[in-house]
Design a binder for this molecule. Sequence first.
Ligand SMILES: [Zn+2]
Ligand SMILES: [Zn+2]
Length: 282
Amino acid sequence: MGLKNRIEQLKKKRPGYGEILDFYQKIREAQDDVKASLRIDPIKLKQEWKKLLAKEGFSLIQKEDFPVDIEVSAKLFQDLCRIGKEANPHMAEQVGKIEEALENKRITMKKLFKEGVKEKKVQQVADEFGLDQKVFSFLIQSSTRPSIEAGMERLRGEVDSEAWLKGYCPICGSLPSLSLLKEEVGKRYLLCSYCGYQWRIDRLFCPFCNNKDRESLHYLLAEGEEAYRIDLCDKCHQYIKTIDYRNLAESDPVLEDLATPHLDILATQKGYKRPVPNPWTN
Ligand SMILES: [Zn+2]
Ligand SMILES: [Zn+2]
């Protein structure tokens, strides 16, 4: 099902989430629009190290190694600022401050896109201009996301998604934001929070502390929502949201996550933490 139709379906079920879902749709459309014009540099891999890296459990590259199309990201940033302005008063206020700093040439986007992967740098700039760090960081990451995803696509063939089996991304080393159950047998995959790559893991496994003990791994289900569940770990007291595609036609997992904040509340109330929060709601 296409994004637009799925959003309509979700809005009917949960009208209260309409605003955030509309916002998501606009941002995704703006990101898709720039895809065709992306130009990213080739990623140089040390082929002779590849086997050793995988054997030792190192990811292929680091987050900062992804090439970014600065021009396309800057254009997208402007589009996202415009969408943000229309979305809600808080975003509008933040975008106003950012635009002012840009006009006075006190921030350059180029520098931010290069250094934007470093949370400290983004925080520093946000502090300097009195910006809400979460909003600022969201805008930067959403602007570079098409470049990152294009880089991930190029590296896809270099790793084995079925054989890695670790709690972090084989391509960029980041933690997963979601887990996915697929095919009739319910093969379990993790979705990288940074580059969007998906890789297989065991059904009984906590990606955050490597726990495999049946006794301390549970899950929560919400009534009438068999396509989602919350996987809890009693060892590290953290959780990951799981989208069960055995009970749901193919759709964007990030959208499904965004449409189920009530499940996060449920897990939080029970005392579990989410290591990689949904950037759209936090
Ligand atoms: Zn990744
Ligand atoms: Zn754990």
